[in-house]
Design a protein around this ligand. Structure first.
Ligand code: SF4
Ligand code: SF4
Length: 291
């Protein structure tokens, strides 16, 4: 999906974050919806569009300016992205190769060394491309850079234990303590995440459980108490990071023609966040904050 240099919220120091497409969950608040599948996607950013028609002129499929109206015919050839003078058409997911990613990672080695940073794998769900992730991780390990991983925790531990063992820090998303609510919101079961959290005690990595805090979903004090209790039960050495909801991804939904209609979601106040963090501390868990 992207290789983003100078990331400062995805682990220690200055990092390059590698976003890999594909995810088994469908969280309705996801800020990277282009990563739901592993298919190539061209986005149309209507606010940047100046209506010049250059995209329509070069499109071999005869698609007009409003790509979303005819998206089913797009063959993701990328000609419109090359022709667009305003950057309003762009690949949001594209095929790439490990060499290209490793070259980008290596460009910023001085920043990693000076800041204590490195590389973070994110997504989508990076573990949904295990062979590609393994190849990248082994090469970056040989380069000597620190590696972190951000994951839904939805994977077969045995199949990727060797990759996880190379990580310094693993962020595991946990959305709700209640099994039925987790399923309702994400479309997946939480059993695997909890099982994998237990297994992560075997790894050298520090684990931070990341919880997106969203009004009307999981911002109640009892819900956060429940999440803290689950972490205490499964991996008491893990820290918890509470991330207040934002809707910055809304523009991406529009760019790929997906609706984003969730007036029920809102950002908790700073006061609420403070109270919820205190609940984590009272439960005897470390509160992490990479923001
Ligand atoms: S990517 Fe190719 S097929 Fe798709 S809209 Fe652009 S020019 Fe047309
Ligand atoms: S080429 Fe770019 S700016 Fe011009 S109409 Fe197409 S999307 Fe809009």
């Amino acid at each position: 999906m992207d290789v983003q240099p100078f990331s400062v919220n995805d682990g220690d120091g200055i990092r390059t974050t590698i976003f890999l497409a594909g995810c088994p969950l469908r969280c309705p608040w996801c800020s990277n919806p282009e990563g739901f599948s592993q298919k190539e996607i061209i986005g149309w950013f209507r606010r940047k569009c100046i209506g010049c028609g250059a995209c329509a002129e070069v499109c071999p499929e005869g698609i007009g300016i409003d790509l979303n109206a005819e998206r089913d015919r797009c063959v993701t050839c990328g000609k419109c992205a090359e022709a667009c003078p305003a950057g309003a058409r762009a690949y949001m997911v594209r095929l790439t190769d490990a060499g290209e990613i490793l070259e980008k990672v290596n460009r910023h080695r001085l920043f990693y060394a000076q800041s204590g940073g490195g590389v973070t794998f994110s997504g989508g769900e990076p573990v949904s491309q295990p062979e590609f992730l393994r190849y990248l991780a082994q090469n970056i390990y040989d380069m000597g850079y620190s590696m972190d991983l951000e994951t839904t925790g939805q994977f077969d531990f045995e199949k990727v234990a060797d990759i996880l063992a190379l990580m310094d820090l693993i962020f595991v998303d946990l959305k709700h303590p209640d099994k039925a609510k987790y399923l309702e919101y994400t479309g997946g079961g939480n059993e695997r995440v909890l099982h994998n959290l237990r297994r992560m005690a075997e790894l050298p990595a520090k684990v931070v459980v990341r919880i997106p805090v969203i009004h009307s979903v999981n911002a109640e004090e009892d819900t956060v108490r429940g999440l803290a209790a689950l972490v205490q039960e499964t991996l008491p050495d893990a820290a918890i990071e509470l991330l207040p909801y934002h809707d910055f991804g809304r523009i991406k939904y529009d760019a790929i023609g997906l609706p984003y209609d969730h007036p029920e979601f809102s950002r908790p106040s700073a006061e609420t966040m403070k109270r919820l963090k205190a609940i984590i501390s009272e439960a005897g868990l470390e509160v992490a904050d990479f923001r």
